[in-house]
Design a protein around this ligand. Structure first.
Ligand SMILES: [Cu+2]
Length: 598
């Protein structure tokens, strides 16, 4: 066994930021009109070594998605490329993408698979009793191998058979498949608004492990008809547009990832911990990188791809920047910020202007978010308190172009169907939580969220825990309405009185939250007032969202309950899920299935 690597021994800002290349598709044309029918890809998941730490340290075993890219050395030949994060899908609105996903991970899982959870379970062990789980390594051989995976396009408006349902997993050569498995050939129609999506693994009960090993990448959707995405755009050109995924990791001295292998309540879950918090910051697959920048404006597509760590980002010179987009598209108006809070799964499309910065200046992007958020510990200013460095090169000054006042039209949604009051809670164990739950119910309880296609529902997320939970709904982009504080203790007592002590395996009775609310409802932050697929539900607050089960750009008069405006049938297939995007929570019951119905 290797020893943990002290993060203070890792030199910061010696790695240069790696910019993921773009996957190269096979383009399928209509033979008579010559219009593009689709972009097709074959993407293979494999295990390999990657230099994540500075070059004097050993390489790290990772898993990544690999496929064809254009060779950067000659700009034309097509080569095979694999990395973590993977290459980026560049999608065009209106042109579908087909992906043949291939699982070529032929060795046991590198991280401790906890088979006491609801999990993908390729060998049909069932939920194993804790006494039968040996220490890791090597863990339980039949849990470690084979490795189930299933890719999910986060934020995508997709049919549920292509959504990466947690039980639609498949092992290498598709020898074993999950109960909801249909196909590994996925179809993404790309009908939604242009935005920063990402794809990552979603296999039941092991998502935290599969994503930590590296199964994640960007999926940028552009709309040639949108002036902001056109060639004459006022936004920085592609050369100055950089996707940035922030992930925390811990390492061993042999270069491998260090992940907890003793749970906080090992008698119940031998390995599972409530939040994985790494001691080192990795950006685009290398630790604490530097990016040399010119004296001009850049566009950064930021993604928090961490398991559990939140980031509150701020430049060391306190300079402001502009956010132009959220999870699901452009904001209505640009929003000037001096700091930016990002929970796991959230994205922010930002513009940063280095044109007034002196040549040679080194700016650090710092992080001040407590972990766990918001009531945990401050990050260490020398390690997790720093993300990356920007070094301003000698270059001529290019001033940014003025942005239009309006970037996007965000509709007003009004509920015309059910209001759902859904509690977020944790089940306490001797040494911290045993599991986290949505609506008090286990993953396996009967489906209780059955929205009608075309309807707009109001979901009240009633947070009874001490943590902020980033709640993510599949299929839809939604709008946040308000946040409001409430008497959480009283509500919890009364909720348990009518529903019983969680975890529950049955539908719950609604306890209206109105009588418990305090103060005034607060509007979302200006940079949240756009399309969201992941929303921070803060402790002691009721977070209300409006969810329309129709495509983003639906005409409000046409989107009515019972009318399907999607180009596919969202009521068919295995259905969707909603869950906390703290991956350690999602893997231990803080996820529920949902189905759209007619
Ligand atoms: Cu959570």
């Amino acid at each position: 066994m290797s020893n943990p690597l002290d993060p203070n021994l890792i030199p910061r800002f010696v790695n240069q930021l790696v910019i993921p290349p773009v996957f190269y598709p096979k383009t399928i044309y209509n033979p008579t009109t010559c219009e593009i029918i689709s972009h097709n890809y074959t993407i293979t998941m494999t295990k390999f070594l990657q230099q994540i730490l500075p070059s004097e340290f050993p390489r790290t075993t990772v898993w990544g998605y690999g496929g064809a890219v254009i060779d950067p050395s000659d700009g034309k030949s097509i080569i095979k490329f694999r990395n973590s994060p993977a290459a980026t899908f560049e999608a065009t609105r209106g042109i579908p993408i087909n992906v043949q996903w291939i699982n070529n991970i032929f060795s046991p899982h590198s991280l401790p698979v906890d088979p006491t959870l609801h999990w993908a379970d390729p060998n049909n062990l069932g939920m194993v009793i804790p006494d039968l789980v040996p220490p890791f390594p090597p863990g339980l051989p039949d849990a470690q191998y084979p490795v189930p995976v299933v890719p999910h396009l986060h934020g995508g408006e997709d049919h549920s058979i292509f959504d990466g349902h947690p039980d639609a997993w498949f092992t290498a050569n598709e020898e074993k498949t999950g109960p909801e498995f249909v196909t590994t050939l996925y179809h993404y129609p790309n009908n939604q608004l242009p935005t920063t999506l990402w794809y990552h693994d979603h296999a039941l009960g092991i998502t935290r492990l599969n994503v930590l090993m590296g199964l994640a990448g960007f999926y940028l959707l552009r709309d040639p008809k949108n002036p902001l995405d056109s060639n004459e755009s006022v936004l920085p050109s592609k050369e100055y547009e950089i996707p940035i995924v922030i992930q925390d990791r811990s390492f061993n001295t042999d270069g491998s990832f260090n992940f907890p292998n003793v749970g906080n309540n090992p008698d119940v879950h031998p390995y599972w911990v409530p939040e994985f918090l790494g001691d080192t910051i990795m950006v685009n697959g290398s630790v604490w990188p530097n990016l040399n920048v010119k004296r001009r404006q850049y566009r950064f597509r930021l993604l928090n791809g961490s398991n559990a760590r939140f980031y509150n980002l701020e430049f060391s010179n306190k300079m402001s920047f502009i956010q132009i987009g959220t999870d699901g598209g452009y904001l209505a108006k640009p929003v000037e910020l001096s700091s930016l809070l990002l929970a796991p799964g959230e994205r922010a499309d930002i513009l940063v202007d280095f044109s007034s910065i002196d040549i040679g200046t080194e700016l650090i992007l710092n992080n001040s978010a407590n972990a766990p958020f918001p009531n945990g510990n401050l990050p260490d200013p020398l390690t997790t308190g720093q993300i990356m460095k920007f070094t301003v090169l000698a270059s001529c000054i290019t001033r940014p172009t003025n942005l239009p006042e309006t970037l996007n039209k965000i509709p007003k949604l009004s509920a015309n169907s059910k209001t759902r009051t859904l509690v977020l809670l944790e089940v306490a164990g001797e040494n911290g939580p045993l599991e986290a739950l949505l609506d008090g119910q286990k993953w396996s309880a009967p489906i209780s969220e059955l929205p009608i296609v075309g309807s707009t529902e109001k979901w009240e997320l009633v947070n009874l825990t001490m943590d902020t939970h980033p709640i993510h709904l599949h299929l839809v982009q939604f709008l946040i309405s308000t946040r409001q504080t409430f008497r959480a203790m009283d509500y919890m007592d009364d909720w348990i009185k009518i529903n019983g002590e969680p975890p529950l395996n049955h539908p719950t009775e609604v306890l209206p939250v109105n009588d418990y609310l305090e103060g005034d409802p607060l509007p979302p932050d200006p940079n949240e007032a756009g399309w969201k697929d992941t929303i921070r539900a803060n402790p002691g607050e009721v977070t209300t969202i409006l969810v329309r089960f129709a495509p983003q750009e639906s005409d409000k008069d046409l989107a009515v309950p019972g009318v399907n405006l999607y180009p596919f049938n969202p009521t068919s297939g295995p259905g969707y899920v909603w869950h906390c995007h703290i991956l350690d929570h999602e893997d231990n019951e803080m996820m529920r299935p949902y189905k759209v119905v007619n």
